[in-house]
Design a protein. Structure first.
Length: 256
């Protein structure tokens, strides 16, 4: 998968594959999901599609601290965000999750509806009421047993440095009484920096950190939680861990 230049690989292989895969998968599994109200088949199809798309792009995903990803039945996973590769890479290795997305993504044909079926939450960034509704929906999602993936910076960092954190995901975790699991993604900015449409082949690492308990924590302690989680993520970005990465196949086996 490294013979073609990244741009040609993207437009000749990856994007046509994704368009065909999403169309066929949605036509087959959206009606099934609507009839059965069982999200598992289409979720498996989506995860498989992401795995194949990254493989076609020449991207290898490895995990560190994989046991932390499944140590809690429900959690808010908080990750840094520097590239458009971050969400699919995390989606591929995390247990069942929902994601808070900007409202514009709901308009993507088929894919927007599929994500809504999967419990993904849409928010209008410019409307205050929409943010509050999304927060309430997120808390209900967590209480129903579905974990959330949130990028606390709110947007991609252009230079790779952590941006200021937004309080929303910490409020969700405190209100739902679920732990926070810090996650740092390494290497994606080099493969697909902000503003680039094609993906360079290479390896990225997803590093999970010990869960931070929120049960019994008061809202007055939210800033302390934000500082603690941000310090953990910053330390990981500043230094390389000596822990051996775990392949995504091993992580899948651990999830059972």
């Amino acid at each position: 998968m490294t013979a073609l230049p990244p741009m040609l690989r993207a437009y000749l292989l990856v994007y046509p594959f994704l368009a065909a895969y999403v169309t066929v998968g949605a036509l087959l599994f959206v009606p099934l999901t609507w009839l059965t109200r069982n999200i598992r088949p289409i979720y498996w199809v989506a995860r498989t599609g992401v795995r194949l798309a990254l493989w076609l792009s020449g991207v290898r995903v490895e995990c560190v601290g994989a046991a932390y990803a499944t140590a809690q039945p429900t959690a808010v996973f908080l990750s840094n965000h520097v590239s458009n590769i971050d969400p699919p890479a995390l989606f591929m290795v995390l247990p069942r999750i929902a994601v808070i997305l900007k409202r514009e993504l709901r308009r993507i044909p088929l894919l927007g509806y599929v994500m809504e079926l999967g419990g993904f939450i849409y928010v209008n960034r410019e409307a205050r009421d929409s943010r509050r509704q999304a927060l309430e929906q997120a808390v209900e999602t967590l209480r129903s047993g579905i974990s959330l993936l949130v990028f606390p910076e709110g947007t991609r960092s252009r230079d790779g440095r952590l941006l200021p954190f937004r309080p929303g995901p910490f409020t969700m975790a405190i209100e739902a009484g679920v732990p926070l699991v810090p996650v740092t993604v390494h290497g994606t900015r080099e493969l697909m920096p902000k503003g680039r449409a094609a993906i360079r082949p290479g390896a990225i690492t997803v590093r999970f950190h010990p869960p931070v308990v929120t049960l019994g924590i008061r809202m007055a302690d939210r800033q302390r939680l934000m500082t603690e989680v941000r310090a953990t993520m910053q330390a990981s970005l500043d230094a390389c861990s000596g822990e051996e990465p775990v392949s995504t196949k091993t992580l899948s086996a651990r999830r059972g």
